[in-house]
Ligand binder design. Structure first.
Ligand code: HEC
Length: 189
C-alpha cells in the first residue's frame, strides 16, 4: 500500500508531476493558439484582435438558415447595443464609429438526451463589421471573416485580397436604408 512508506509514494509523485506537465503543455498550446488567432488579419488589414473578448458580448439576435442548416448568433459590442437600443438603424440614423457586429455560425446536431431538439454543433466561422469612416468604399463598414478549422482549432482569414470586402458589401447593400445591417435587435423580454 502506498500509505505505508515514502518509497512507494514516490512513483505516485512522478505520475502526478507527469499529469501536471501534460496538463500544462495542453494549456500552453491552447494559449499559443489563442494568441495566434488574435494576431490574424483579414486581407484588408482588419485585425482579429479588434474583437478580442467578443465571446462575452451581448447576443443581439439569432438567425437560422434552413438551406445551410446553420444557426447564426449576432453579437454586438456595447456601442452597437446602445445604438440598437436608441432605435438604430430603423430610425434612419447610422451606427456610431467604433460599433462592431459579430456573426458566428454553427452546424447543428440533435441534443443527445432529447433528439427532437437541436443545438449548435461545430463553429464554422467568425465574421464581423466595424464602423469606421475610413472604409468609404464599403459604406463606412470594415468587413472581416475568419474561417474556423475544427480539427486544428485554428482560423484562416477569408479572401485572396482586400477586394473580398466588396463581395460582403454588395450583398449588404440590399439593406442600404438600414445602414447596411440586416439584423434587428431582438428584445429578450
Ligand atoms: C449573399 C449575401 C451576403 C454576403 C455576400 C455577405 N453577407 Fe453578411 N449577412 C447577410 C445576411 C442575409 C445577414 C443576416 C442573416 C444571417 O445572419 O445570416 C448577414 C449578417 C451579417 C452580419 C451581422 C450584421 C448584419 O448585417 O445583420 C455580419 C457581421 C456580416 N453579415 C458580415 C459579413 C462579412 C464579413 C461578409 C463578407 C466576408 C458578408 N457578411 C457577406 C448576407 C450576406
Amino acid at each position: 500500500m502506498w500509505l505505508k512508506g515514502k518509497r512507494s509514494i514516490l512513483p505516485l509523485c512522478g505520475v502526478a508531476a507527469g499529469v501536471l506537465a501534460v496538463t500544462l503543455t495542453g494549456w500552453g498550446q491552447t494559449t499559443a493558439k489563442e494568441n495566434a488567432k488574435w494576431s490574424l488579419r483579414a486581407p484588408n488589414g482588419i485585425h482579429f484582435g479588434l474583437i478580442k473578448g467578443y465571446e462575452h458580448w451581448e447576443v443581439v439576435a439569432m438567425h437560422y438558415r434552413p438551406d445551410m442548416k446553420e444557426m447564426r448568433y449576432i453579437l454586438g459590442n456595447p456601442l452597437a447595443v446602445q445604438a440598437y437600443r436608441q432605435g438604430i438603424p430603423q430610425n434612419g440614423h447610422n451606427f456610431p464609429t467604433g460599433a462592431i457586429l459579430v456573426k458566428i455560425g454553427y452546424s447543428l446536431k440533435p441534443i443527445r438526451s432529447f433528439p427532437s431538439a437541436i443545438e449548435p454543433n461545430v463553429l464554422q466561422r467568425v465574421e464581423f463589421m466595424v464602423r469606421d469612416p475610413k472604409f468609404k468604399s464599403t459604406g463606412g463598414w470594415g468587413f472581416a471573416r475568419f474561417v474556423y478549422h475544427p480539427a486544428t482549432k485554428t482560423y484562416t482569414p477569408y479572401g485572396q485580397n482586400a477586394s473580398f470586402a466588396q463581395e460582403c458589401f454588395n450583398c449588404h447593400a440590399i439593406v442600404k436604408n438600414r445602414d447596411f445591417v440586416f439584423t434587428s435587435y431582438v428584445p429578450k423580454g
